[in-house]
Design a protein around this ligand. Structure first.
Ligand code: NAD
Length: 491
């Protein structure tokens, strides 16, 4: 049975409780893991605090930390296939997608190793020629990392790699649904030789383990990826010691197809933008805005392609879309579709579970297309987090921009046009953390990722993602101090 990793050793939960981990393809048990609780979270925080305050880790050089990060990236690459298969069994996504994830995970550790090596103080122009002024970045301290279930290891790497590169110590809490690759990563961290207490992994529910990480005053920073409502709760809980909070939350991401777009490529990307991992992607382009002159032809071609998507076991190389993560999550998706229909949307494709008996025990839902969506409908405003596209028709650039920006979210947006001037205008006009022109869902380690508005606070990836895990200190040194003679000195 898989256990909790605290201060360099593996433990059962203090309560002795365990949890069954389910394969969403067929509902079978794939593992039993320790189900941690508040006491385990506290033990892990104490371990991380001790390692930060007493250990050598926070005083190591960037180059020393980089060596371990590269060793970890190498270990991930060496275990790519095993990790990918584990991720697929745990999440249901196709093995090919999981392989891409593992390549991205290794790339993120290598990228932050590079930044750790470059670490150097910034020399400032001092106001006095006898002064020397530098700004240095120092690790922020103990970090709680709370992870979602959709990209378990990738999301872990976006937090863990910069936290370690900065010299922080961490307590990781994977989603209770998908802990297996995070546990395997923890083993790899142990193998490559991170000091005891630097990395701690505690499994368990958000309400106990997650809440403790958010509330505990020995935690200096809380980085969370998950739903917006949970983000709000965490922000409130974190206020007790005013810990730093980084939140990567949900989105309702507009995908705009102008009439002058390259039609066939845009159709292809309308699919790519949503159906990877059955739409359980925070940046899914599920709000599809299509300009009137091409609307009907676009919907028709899209429908034909959607009906041909091969839904099945992610471990089968012919599968293009796997199941949803759980029965409860599928129910939420079904409720969204029912509400959309009751609000006046038209069902063009899907809207049901597949009737293949081989998929009956899994949490499957067919690729679904809703047309005739209008801006006031719930489907046009709220995140579904499933394989569902809602199509809206628009008539002008201004209307498309206005509708896209009319959201409480602001994670990502994409658009398709062959007009160069429009590319510049629309890229600037869209109020989102990431905007893709003639592409969608492009991520790479150097590009900052995060949301405007209620899609989050802070940034992951890029240099900004490292800065989140540092404090900025100004050090001023006077080389030739002289008395100033202002207070109480004789004239
Ligand atoms: P969730 O909010 O239910 O859970 C996320 C994590 O928070 C889990 O580990 C959970 O155990 C924990 N948690 C739950 N309640 C908690 C509490 N009270 N205190 C502390 N921790 C708590 O989200 P989810 O269902 O796992 O993930 C789906 C959501 O994540 C979607 O809304 C999606 O858009 C978002 N997401 C965002 C990004 C991004 O980069 N912005 C990436 C992936 C997912």
């Amino acid at each position: 049975m898989s256990r909790l990793y605290i201060d360099g050793a593996w433990f059962d939960a203090a309560s002795g409780e365990t949890r069954s981990i389910i394969n969403p393809f067929d509902g079978s048990e794939i593992a039993r893991v320790a189900e941690g609780g508040q006491a385990d979270a506290r033990a892990a925080i104490i371990s991380a605090r001790r390692a930060f305050d007493n250990g050598p880790w926070s005083q190591t050089t960037g180059a020393e930390r980089a060596d371990l990060l590269v060793a970890l990236a190498d270990a991930i690459a060496a275990n790519r296939e095993e990790l990918a298969r584990l991720e697929t069994t745990d999440t249901g996504k196709t093995t090919e997608e999981s392989r891409w994830d593992m390549d991205d995970v290794a790339a993120v550790f290598n990228y932050y190793a590079g930044l750790a090596r470059e670490e150097a103080p910034e020399v400032l122009e001092a106001p006095d020629p006898n002064g020397k002024s530098i700004a240095v970045r120092e690790p922020v301290g103990v970090c709680g990392l709370i992870l979602p279930w959709n990209y378990p290891l990738l999301q872990a790497s976006w937090k863990l790699a910069p936290a370690l590169a900065a010299g922080c110590t961490v307590v990781m809490k994977p989603s209770e649904l998908t802990p297996l690759t995070t546990l395997r990563l923890t083993e790899l961290c142990e193998e490559v030789g991170f000091p005891n207490g630097v990395i701690n992994t505690v499994l368990g529910p958000g309400a106990t383990v997650g809440a403790e990480l958010a509330e505990n005053h020995s935690v200096d920073l809380l980085s969370f990826t998950g739903g917006s409502q949970t983000g709000r709760t965490i922000m409130g809980a974190a206020a007790g010691n005013l810990k730093r909070v980084a939140l990567e939350l949900g989105g309702k991401n507009p995908h705009i197809i102008f009439a002058d777009a390259d039609f066939d490529v845009a159709v292809d990307y309308a699919l790519n933008a949503v159906f990877f991992h059955a739409g359980q992607i925070c940046s899914a382009g599920a709000k599809l805005l299509v300009e009137s002159p091409i609307h009907d032809a676009f919907v028709e071609t899209l429908s034909a392609r959607m009906k041909a998507i091969n839904v099945g076991n992610g471990a089968d190389p012919d599968t293009r879309m796997g199941p949803l993560i759980s029965a409860a999550h599928r129910q939420k998706v079904e409720d969204h579709v029912a509400l959309a229909l009751s609000e006046g949307a038209t069902l063009a494709v899907g809207g049901a579970r597949p009737n293949d008996p081989a998929l009956a025990n899994g949490f499957f839902y067919l690729p679904t297309l809703l047309t005739g969506c209008t801006p006031e409908m719930t489907i046009s405003r709220e995140e579904v987090f499933g394989p569902v596209i809602g199509v809206e028709r628009f008539d002008s650039e201004a209307e498309a921009i206005g509708r896209a920006n009319d959201t409480v979210y602001g994670l990502s947006a994409g658009f398709w046009t062959t007009d160069e001037a429009r590319i510049e205008r629309v890229s600037r006009a869209l109020r989102f953390g990431t905007v893709w022109a003639n592409d969608f869902n492009v991520y790479f380690p150097a590009a900052p990722w995060g949301g405007y508005n209620q899609s989050g606070i802070g940034r992951e990836l890029g240099r900004a993602g490292l800065d989140e895990y540092t404090e900025l200190k100004h050090i001023y040194r006077n080389h030739t101090p002289k008395a100033f003679g202002w207070f109480g000195a004789d004239d």
